[in-house]
Design a protein around this ligand. Structure first.
Ligand code: ADP
Ligand code: NI
Length: 218
């Protein structure tokens, strides 16, 4: 028990250090929030919290967007870290499986989690793309990519494949329609879904207000 707490603490410190200076929405504070969401959701579900916490902490250790499209870089470096901490093989495999399955791959591409622990972490990660935080992250990412905030002449596209999603270069408001507004229906757990619904409604209100202001009507 004490040993697992120490491993969690060392993992959090390791990730905080590794992701410091990352300013595109995948910084340590994103991981911190996903970890907190996962703790909150996980406590209502019957899951192995050690796996949940480790997977939440390590889930973005090498996101594909920033590693030349290598989708397995994340789980490889997570595996290395966990082995260095003498974590048991079963837990390592489980955590790495979750990391591999986690990334959103476009509107038409369903990624399914194989275990309850994975479902909790996926919900926790999705929640951070919703609500007030989700809005802040979307515009931070859009700025990083030099995207327009909105352009009424460019309509949203629902990407049918991961390839299409990776190549997309729309506006940040379109991202709400291409990804963020779809997330609430993809939630796995009851607790996650309830949180997502509240955050989703916040986005809907934001968009309504955004378009009113765009036309000088508010
Ligand atoms: P996650 O860490 O939840 O897996 P992603 O890696 O897909 O999320 O993206 C990181 C953050 O950047 C999320 O908040 C997401 O909504 C946002 N984001 C991703 N792609 C875009 C985009 N094309 N325009 C605006 N925001 C984006
Ligand atoms: Ni994430």
């Amino acid at each position: 028990m004490i040993e697992t707490a120490a491993i969690i603490k060392r993992t959090a410190d390791h990730i905080a250090q590794l992701l410091s200076g990352e300013h595109t929405g995948h910084d340590w504070w994103h991981v911190y929030r996903v970890w907190q969401n996962a703790l909150h959701i996980g406590k209502q579900e019957h899951v192995d919290m050690f796996v949940v916490e480790l997977a939440a902490l390590l889930h973005d250790v090498a996101d594909w967007k920033f590693h030349g499209g290598d989708e397995t870089a994340g789980s490889r470096s997570a595996r290395e870290w966990l082995m260095s901490q003498s974590v048991g093989g079963g837990v390592v495999d489980h955590v790495c499986q979750i990391i591999d399955d986690l990334s959103f791959k476009g509107a038409g591409v369903r990624t399914s989690m194989k275990t309850r622990e994975g479902m909790v972490v996926q919900d926790a990660d999705r929640l951070d793309a919703l609500g007030a935080i989700g809005i802040a992250r979307a515009f931070a990412y859009g700025g990083h990519k030099a995207q327009e905030i909105y352009n009424p002449e460019i309509s949203p596209t629902l990407h049918r494949s991961f390839e299409e999603y990776k190549k997309s270069s729309g506006t940040t408001i379109n991202h709400f329609h291409e990804k963020l507004l779809l997330l609430k229906d993809l939630m796995n757990t009851k607790t996650g879904r309830a949180m997502a619904e509240e955050r989703h409604n916040y986005l809907v209100n934001f968009l309504e207000r955004f378009h009113l202001e765009w036309e000088g009507k508010a």
